[in-house]
Design a protein around this ligand. Structure first.
Ligand code: SAH
Length: 209
């Protein structure tokens, strides 16, 4: 990690605070996780900018603000069993790992899953398990989950994920079509819309017979 990365990361956290993120665990996690290690080295200088960056397989690492917003929306205390759908670079999984007890994260692109697994292991994120496959099916053997974060846009909340959430659990998921929609939070069985968001689509096994 370079001094420039440290300075950029501190500036990113200041910007998040300025933009309404006040969750202590999330701010601490984002002040610690080396985001530059989750992007292609060619993009390392842009790693802390508020823009999505390509990570291969036509996918992107989410902008810092959305990672912060979604993680904060889960209101984690440090003890939770969490599921993430859409590992991508593995960055959000690392942030989650610093805010809860255990993370299971699922990625449908095997190459991305492998890359994320390697990065997370190099950085000693030993509480994160990266799986490949269709995350819309969840991880029944690790359920129930206290919190679930879906980082790709679903047309509707996937039923298997609802089934694998504890009764008082919290799920956040972008819901919409064509890449634009609402960030939906389900908490204690109550559904609310947090904001408008843009995301790559959640591609489930049902999409490709
Ligand atoms: N959380 C990521 C960003 C995710 S981008 C990060 O921090 O970098 C969304 C990811 O969801 C993409 O990598 C895409 O391949 C993956 N994805 C889409 N549909 C999926 C599905 N059904 N199961 C698992 N992963 C899926």
């Amino acid at each position: 990690m370079t001094e420039a990365d440290r300075t950029r990361r501190a500036a990113m956290v200041d910007t998040l605070r300025h933009n309404g993120i006040h969750n202590r665990l999330v701010l601490e996690a984002m002040a610690t996780v080396p985001r530059e290690r989750f992007v292609d080295p060619a993009w390392a200088d842009e790693a802390y900018d508020d823009q999505p960056l390509p990570i291969g397989s036509g996918q992107t690492i989410s902008v810092p603000w959305i990672v912060a917003r979604m993680t904060a929306a889960l209101e984690l205390s440090g003890t939770e069993n969490v599921l993430e759908v859409g590992t991508g670079s593995g960055y959000a999984a690392a942030v989650l790992a610093q805010c809860c007890r255990r993370v299971t994260t699922i990625e449908r692109h095997q190459g991305l899953a492998e890359q994320a697994r390697r990065r997370l292991s190099e950085l000693n994120y030993s509480t994160v398990e990266v799986r490949d496959g269709d995350g819309a099916r969840g991880a029944p053997d690790r359920a129930p989950f206290d919190a679930i974060s879906v980082t790709a846009m679903a047309e509707s909340l996937p039923q298997p994920l609802l089934d694998q959430l504890t009764p008082h659990g919290t799920l956040v998921c972008p819901v919409g079509q064509g890449g634009l929609g609402d960030l939906v939070r389900l908490r204690n069985g109550h559904r609310e819309t947090l904001s408008s968001v843009g995301f790559v689509p959640l591609v489930t096994d049902e999409d490709s017979p």
